[in-house]
Structures are given as structure tokens and as C-alpha cells.
Write a protein that binds this ligand. Sequence first.
Ligand SMILES: Cc1cc2nc3c(=O)[nH]c(=O)nc-3n(C[C@H](O)[C@H](O)[C@H](O)COP(=O)(O)OP(=O)(O)OC[C@H]3O[C@@H](n4cnc5c(N)ncnc54)[C@H](O)[C@@H]3O)c2cc1C
Length: 391
Amino acid sequence: MGSHPVRPDSAEAVVIGAGVIGASVAFHLARRGIKPLVIEKHDPAAGSSGACDGLVFLQSKKPGLHLKLALESRQRFEHLKDRLGGGIEFKAPGGMCLIESAAELDAMRRFVEEQRRSGLEVDLIDGEEARRREPCLSDKVIAATWSALDAQVNPYALTFAFLSAAKAAGARVATGEEVKGIDVVSGQAAGVHTSRRRISAPVVVNAAGALAAEVGRMAGLEIPIAPRRGQILVTAAAPPLLRHCLISAQYVAAKFNPELAAGGGMGFSLEQTDSGNILIGSTREFVGFDRRTTFDGVRSIARRIAPVIPALTRVPVIRTFGGLRPYTPDGLPILGKVAGLEGFIMAAGHEGDGIALSAITGELIAELIDKGSTPFPLEAFRLERFHESGL
Ligand SMILES: Cc1cc2nc3c(=O)[nH]c(=O)nc-3n(C[C@H](O)[C@H](O)[C@H](O)COP(=O)(O)OP(=O)(O)OC[C@H]3O[C@@H](n4cnc5c(N)ncnc54)[C@H](O)[C@@H]3O)c2cc1C
């Protein structure tokens, strides 16, 4: 234990990780009167929640359960901005998914129909209408899908706001402390041991993001979550240039439609923050836990976006960063109880959607811990689905 004295402790629940997911779980638990202890090995938002965009985008979600979960989460953001205070920079300017080829248009037509069937209000508009709404777009954009519900938030501020509201309601947050092992007694999680102490708890939540597989191994579980790097360019603060949150149709395609993704190239996403900086993302790479940005990555993003929004070539880029999405093989998070290990709860694997899904994830996980079940079925998000399907 090095120079640290061993201080045994106990908590009603231990949450591993103070990213947006662990913070939201802690907030929702504390609101229910269950006082969690959040253990974070670095600082809050030191992982992917502090190295990402802040899109609360609905159009990028797979029609069906994924989109339904995102819609539920989106609804909650309306109230969260009041509950958590005004500092989370939540706004809903609406969003567009930009279409640049006939093949994309064809796929997006089908996609929109499916999204509508899943309850999303979304329209297909032509290129001219897209430019009327978003004048900075070039004529490379031949059409777009549009939804008024698409929104954005400051992910860093959101994580800290969840945590301070959780603390105000009785949660504790320990930073610079690493969970090193999960204690299991007769098939039941009994707590954790950390770089500083042993903590007994009847409930342990794995909210370790891209590192959730490592935490799983501590409990003898195989969890198929892997880091998927995304690089982002940040411009200097600029006068309002983007009126909406924007992503490319290719981005949606790359996530869900292998046919379209096969054409090569990369998707992009764009948002202008309250302070005027424009975030331009992002690559999707499997390079282990390497968060660095690369010359190739940065150049490919800049080259990709310049013909679509030529005005961006006149805005200086002041910084770049990389983050690690917690990827899962089927693009859905892993949520809820784990077979054979009572008291161990998964809340990880949100890949490129963790900010958008944070509100509903925290609420459902807290309800599951408190009541044993949730109104929104978590069946499709079980860890066991991978072992059953062989994914
Ligand atoms: C480039 C990029 C763009 C993105 N854009 C968007 C977007 O626009 N919208 C959206 O919704 N999502 C987006 N995402 C995805 C989003 O960032 C993630 O889904 C989300 O941040 C995951 O949150 P998390 O809390 O699960 O993980 P993290 O934020 O990574 O938090 C996990 C925490 O656990 C801690 N931890 C790990 N192991 C231990 C241990 N053993 N002991 C103690 N602590 C531990 C880590 O230090 C970390 O702080 C993007 C991601 C990237 C990389």
C-alpha cells in the first residue's frame, strides 16, 4: 500500500469512474437517498468525458431501442439544466445530417423512415433548404436530414455539475485513487480495494468507460469494451458561424451501414460552443489506449471539412485533442446486472454517445439499484448478449 495508511471504509454503493456516466449514476443515486462513494483514479472528466464533443444528437442513433433510449435521455436534459444549474451550456439549436452523394441520400431516405417509426421527428430537406438554414454550407451538400430535437451541452461542465449536485445530496467523491480489485464473497460483490484502502459496499458500479474491461477482469468478467480513438480540432473563438449541430451522413453510415462506409473516407461532426470555439471531429481508430493526436488524423479532418464549410479554412485552429470512446461490438452500451455476480452493475460502453445518453443511464442504473428493476427494459443491454451471440 506504499506510504498510504490502510483506511477501511464502507459505502452504500461504490461507483468506479467519475466520467459523465459515473457522475450521473452518483447524482441519481444520491437523489434517491442512496449515498455512493465515487472512486476516480485521476480527476473527474479525465477520461473520454473531458475529451469529446458535446452533441446530444438523436439522428445518429440506430432506430429502435438505441434511439428510444436517446429520446428518453434528451427529454431529461430539459429539466437537468434547471436541476444542475445553468452552467452546463445546454442548448437545442436543432441538427442536420449532411448528405453529399446520391448513395448517401438513398440510404438516408430509408434511415429517416425507420427513425420516424421509432418516434423521432426528422425531415429530409434539399441542399438549397439546408443552405438557407445553415448559410455556411457549400454546394457539396446535396441534401440533409433535419431534427429540431438535436442539441448540445458542455460535457466537461455536465460531468462536474452532476458530481457537485451528487455531493450536495450526500455522495462522496475520491480522486487520485485507483480501484485495484473487486471483492467478491459467495458470488456477490462485497466492495473494492483501491490504491489507498478497502471499501465494503453491497453494490459496485463499473462506470470506467474505455477501461471498463480492465475493471471487469478484476471480477473475473470478460467485457468486450475497447478504446476507439477520436481526434478533434478546436478553432479559436469565432463569431457565430454555425447555427446548428452538424454531422455528416457518412458519420451515421460509418456507425451503422457498412455498405456506405465501404466507400472509404471519414465522417465529421461540428459544433460551436458557447465561447465561440468550433469543435471539428473526428477520427475513429483502434490504436489501444494511445490518446495522442497525429499529423495524419488532424490533416484528414481538416481536408474533409474544408470543401463542405469553406469559411472554416479562415478560422485558426488553436489546439487538437484525442479521446477514447468506449467501443462495444454492437454499438450499444452495457447496462445493468451481470449474471452470476450479484451487486455488480455495468454502466459503460457508450462509445460515441455517452454524453447524450448520460441522463437516462444514471436514472435507470439508480432505479435498478434502488428498486431492482427499471421501467425501460435493460434486456437488450445485458453483458451476456455478447456471449450468447458470439459477437
Ligand atoms: C472524439 C470524441 C467525440 C465524442 N463526441 C460525443 C458527442 O458528441 N456526444 C456524445 O454523446 N458522446 C460523444 N463521445 C463519447 C463520450 O465522450 C463517451 O461516451 C463518454 O464520455 C463516456 O463516459 P464514461 O463516463 O463512460 O467514460 P469516461 O469519461 O472515460 O470515464 C471513466 C472514468 O473512469 C476512470 N477509471 C477507469 N478505471 C478506473 C479505476 N480502476 N479506478 C478508478 N477510476 C477508474 C477513468 O479515469 C475515467 O475518468 C465522444 C467521444 C470522443 C472520444
